[in-house]
Write a protein of this length. Structure first.
Length: 158
C-alpha cells in the first residue's frame, strides 16, 4: 500500500510538471492571424471554434451579425472583451487578436476577430494554444461574447 501512494505522489508531480511546461509553452506562441484575408482553419482537435468555414462542422460557430446602421461594433466588442478578461494584443485592418489566460495554470487561449463589413458579420476564431481538449471553454467564450454583444445592441435600441 505504501508503494501505491509513493507511485501516486510521483505521478501527480509529473502531471503538474507537464501542465506547468505546457503553460509556459502556450505563452511563447502568438495567434495564427489571417491567411489569404481569412481566419486560420481549426486544427483537428476539439479545442478550437471558428465561424469562417461552414464546411468544418466540428468547429463551426455562427459569426456575429452586425446590424445595418451600427458603426461602433468594433469599439463595443473591445469593451466587452476587456470586461471578460481578454487582453488585446494586436489590431490592424479589421482584425483583432486577443489573449485569454486561464486562472489556475495560466494557459493562453487566442480569440481572433475579423470584421467583414461587406457582408455585415464579424468572424470569430477561439482556440487553445496547447493541448488537445479545452472542455468546451473556447466555444463557451464565443457564445458569451455573442450574448453580451447582442445585449449591448438591445440596450442601445431602447
Amino acid at each position: 500500500m505504501k508503494i501505491f501512494f509513493i507511485v501516486l505522489f510521483f505521478a501527480a508531480i509529473v502531471m503538474i510538471a507537464i501542465l506547468i511546461s505546457m503553460s509556459v509553452m502556450s505563452k511563447n506562441w502568438n495567434a495564427p492571424g489571417l491567411i489569404d484575408k481569412k481566419l486560420t482553419r481549426c486544427p483537428d482537435k476539439p479545442n478550437c471554434v471558428c465561424s469562417e468555414y461552414k464546411d468544418d462542422v466540428k468547429h463551426y460557430v455562427e459569426p456575429i451579425f452586425i446590424p445595418d446602421n451600427m458603426s461602433n461594433a468594433e469599439e463595443i466588442l473591445k469593451i466587452i472583451i476587456t470586461d471578460m478578461g481578454g487582453k488585446i494584443v494586436s489590431e490592424k485592418d479589421k482584425y483583432i487578436a486577443v489573449v485569454f489566460t486561464s486562472s489556475i495554470f495560466k494557459f493562453a487561449d487566442d480569440l481572433e476577430l475579423r470584421f467583414d463589413t461587406d457582408n455585415g458579420v464579424i468572424h470569430i476564431r477561439s482556440a487553445a494554444r496547447v493541448g488537445y481538449s479545452d472542455m468546451g471553454v473556447n466555444k463557451k467564450r464565443v457564445e458569451t461574447l455573442k450574448k453580451l454583444f447582442a445585449g449591448r445592441i438591445d440596450s442601445n435600441r431602447n
